[in-house]
Design a binder for this molecule. Structure first.
Ligand code: PLP
Length: 381
């Protein structure tokens, strides 16, 4: 048996998504930029997918731009906004995804930019009051605020309505990394005060390598120049199968959201309760309340449990989980998120992340394996 508890890193595709993609690859091979019938058919399919995605995300078709994923969408939003709109001040947080933090650092080498980091509390959440004070300190500089909706490592969610309203009030641009929440929550972009937001299909049972940028007031310059696809915002021949796959995944997730959320939350909460009973010393990173991702359970096993090779040992026992952020998991380094919220922690952190494709019985298997690994390690210590 091989179990997958790493759904915040990537999710298995819905079977219907694979079917749509296979069909698309077979039948829609024309280049969408070609003016002949094959091209027009491919182009029409892309625009149908955009229409469906825009409808489900509560915005207009002109506000959705397809990208190669969340990383590109965040790079595009941040770099283009700063360079094209004359942004001179960026307010962000130290626990953002590396693609946000590195994009800001990169562009700060090109233009004169003041970067300010909001403090986060012990669960990794920024305080709207802190943002309000910071915004009030300087009402002159053109400002962009970039704060994530949900943290991929610990699941903590920010109050983006409150943050966005403060940005609106201060005439600051608000970019929100919504990669972990698009699909999972009923986001309706036209009803929330965000200017730029990102999404990535592989986080909601769609394919990898496809994502989107929501842009309220299109008008930025492209990062990628070429043939002028995506209304000149993102050149390059479109990945038609992935775009249609993303639309299908969003459609399925949206129509079954309540059931998916209920089931996944039940499994996550069961895992937490059982692990706490067996290993009371375990610490939860972030929180597991309704202000957090229902998919994520980030736990730190104290040094006394000798859990240092836990992710590795779980892997040997047939369980895939993550030791930190998936995007940097190839390289074992201390997570910037955990370092920020718990600088003195010496334990081992494991992130279990669940999906509706998991079953409660799988958690029982995980518990057996955890007891085997941790108790064995205790015996040999
Ligand atoms: N932002 C967040 C919060 C993420 O969790 C991830 C991926 O883990 C990304 C951005 C990057 O998305 P992608 O993998 O589609 O490039």
């Amino acid at each position: 048996m091989r179990l997958y508890f790493d759904n915040a890193a990537s999710t298995p595709m819905f079977p219907e998504v694979i079917e749509v993609m296979s069909r698309t690859m077979r039948d829609y091979y024309g280049n969408p930029s070609s003016i002949h019938a094959h091209g027009r058919k491919a182009k029409a399919a892309i625009e149908e997918a955009r229409k469906s995605i825009a409808y489900l995300l509560g915005c207009s078709v002109g506000e959705i731009f397809f990208t190669s994923g969340g990383t590109e969408a965040n790079n595009m939003a941040i770099k283009s906004a700063i360079l094209d709109l004359g942004i001179r001040r960026v307010i962000t947080s130290p626990v953002e995804h590396p693609c946000v933090l590195r994009s800001i650092e990169h562009v700060a080498q090109q233009v004169s930019l003041r970067v300010e980091y909001l403090a986060v509390d012990e669960v990794g959440r920024v305080s709207p009051r802190d943002l309000e004070s910071l915004l009030a300190e300087d009402s002159e500089s053109k400002t962009m605020v970039s704060i994530m909706h949900a943290n991929n490592e610990i699941g903590t969610m920010n109050d983006i309505i409150a943050l966005g309203e403060l940005c609106n009030g201060a005439k600051a641009l608000f970019h929100c990394d919504t990669v972990q929440t698009v699909g999972h929550f009923p986001l309706q972009f036209s009803r929330i005060p965000v200017d730029l937001a990102s999404g990535s299909a592989h986080k909601f049972h769609g394919p990898k390598g496809i994502g989107l940028l929501y842009m309220r007031n299109p008008g930025l310059q492209p990062l990628i120049d070429g043939g002028g696809q995506e209304r000149n915002m993102r050149s390059g021949t479109e990945n038609i199968a992935a775009i249609l796959g993303m639309a299908k995944a969003l459609e399925i997730f949206s129509s079954q959201r309540d059931a998916h959320v209920t089931k996944t939350r039940m499994i996550r909460d069961y895992a937490l309760e059982q692990i706490r009973q067996r290993f009371p010393q375990v610490k939860v990173n972030g929180s597991c309340d309704d202000q957090s991702l229902y998919t994520v359970l980030s736990l730190t096993f104290p040094a006394s449990l000798k859990a240092d090779l836990l992710v590795f040992n779980l892997d040997i026992e047939g369980i895939s989980a993550s030791g930190g952020s998936a995007c940097s998991s190839g390289v074992q380094k201390v997570s910037h998120v955990l370092k920020t919220i718990s600088p003195d922690d010496t334990g081992t952190t494991v992130r279990f992340s669940f999906s509706p494709m998991n079953e409660k019985e799988e958690v029982d298997f995980l518990l057996l394996k955890l007891e085997k690994i941790l108790n064995k390690q205790k015996e040999t210590s």
